[in-house]
Design a protein around this ligand. Structure first.
Ligand code: PRP
Ligand code: URA
Length: 213
C-alpha cells in the first residue's frame, strides 16, 4: 500500500497482543466485546493527540494558581457505523463520558458489497464538533466513505475515522476519497477475499459482538 499522510497504522505491541486474541475464533462474545472496547480506548488516546478543541482553565493547586489546557466541553461527537461500530462507543466514552453519539446505519449488500443506508440520527450542532467515526472493520471502504460523505453533507469539517482492522483496499479508498480525514487503523491486514472479508481478519465483527451467528 502507498504511504498516505492522512493514515496512521498503530502497530503497537499492546494493541497487537489484544488483536491476536480478538482474531481467535475461540474467543467468546464477552471477551471479544471487552477487547474491542479496550483497543478503542488505546486508539482514542493517540487519535486525539491532535485536532481536539481545547481551552484554558485556571486551577488552584495547593501551592499556587496556574493555567491549564483542557478539552473544551461538548466538543466531541462519536459516530458509530451500525451495527459493529456500536462496540467501540464505550471505549471512547471511558475517556470522554459526556461525548454525544450520532448513529449512521449501513449494511453491505452481500453481492455488490455496496453500502445501503437504513438509519441516520446525528446530534444538533455536530457541524462544529470534532467527529470521531468508528467501525471495527475497514474492508472495501464503501461504508466508511459513505458515512463520511453523509457527515460532510451535514456540514462537518473536522472528522477522524478509526477502525481496528483495515484492508489495504479500504484504507487507500478512504485516504484518497477523503484526504482531509485522518484514518487510524490498529493493524493493516493482507487483502480481501472474494466475499469482501478481510484476510486474515476476525470474521464478521457484528456477528461476533452481538452473537448473531
Ligand atoms: C461491516 C463492518 C463495516 C463494513 C465494512 O458491517 O462493520 O461497517 O462491514 O465493510 P466495507 O468497508 O466493505 O464497507 P456490515 O455491513 O457487515 O453490517 P453489520 O455491522 O450490521 O454487521
Ligand atoms: N465486515 C466484517 O465484519 N468483517 C470483514 O472482514 C469485512 C467486513
Amino acid at each position: 500500500m502507498k504511504n498516505y499522510s492522512n493514515v496512521t497504522i498503530f502497530d503497537h505491541p499492546l494493541v497487537n497482543h489484544k488483536i491476536a486474541i480478538l482474531r481467535d475464533e475461540k474467543t467468546s462474545m464477552k471477551e471479544f466485546r471487552e477487547l474491542i472496547e479496550e483497543i478503542t480506548t488505546l486508539m482514542t488516546f493517540e487519535c486525539l493527540r491532535e485536532g481536539v478543541p481545547t481551552t484554558e482553565r485556571v486551577v488552584k493547586t495547593p501551592l499556587e494558581t496556574c493555567t491549564q489546557r483542557v478539552v473544551k466541553d461538548n466538543s466531541i461527537v462519536i459516530v458509530p457505523i451500525l451495527r459493529a461500530g456500536l462496540g467501540m462507543v464505550n471505549g471512547v466514552h471511558v475517556l470522554f463520558p459526556s461525548a454525544r453519539v450520532g448513529h449512521i446505519g449501513l449494511y453491505r449488500n452481500e453481492e455488490t458489497l455496496e453500502p445501503c443506508e437504513y438509519y441516520c440520527k446525528l446530534p444538533d450542532g455536530i457541524e462544529d464538533k470534532l467527529v470521531l467515526v468508528v467501525d471495527p472493520m475497514l474492508a472495501t471502504g464503501g461504508s466508511a466513505c459513505d458515512a463520511i460523505t453523509k457527515l460532510k453533507e451535514r456540514g462537518c469539517k473536522n472528522i477522524k475515522f478509526m477502525a481496528v482492522i483495515g484492508a489495504p483496499e479500504g484504507v487507500s479508498r478512504v485516504a484518497e476519497t477523503h484526504p482531509d480525514v485522518h484514518v487510524f487503523v490498529s493493524t493493516l491486514d493482507r487483502c480481501l477475499n472474494e466475499n469482501g472479508y478481510i484476510l486474515p481478519g476476525l470474521g464478521d465483527a457484528g456477528d461476533r459482538l452481538f452473537g448473531t451467528k
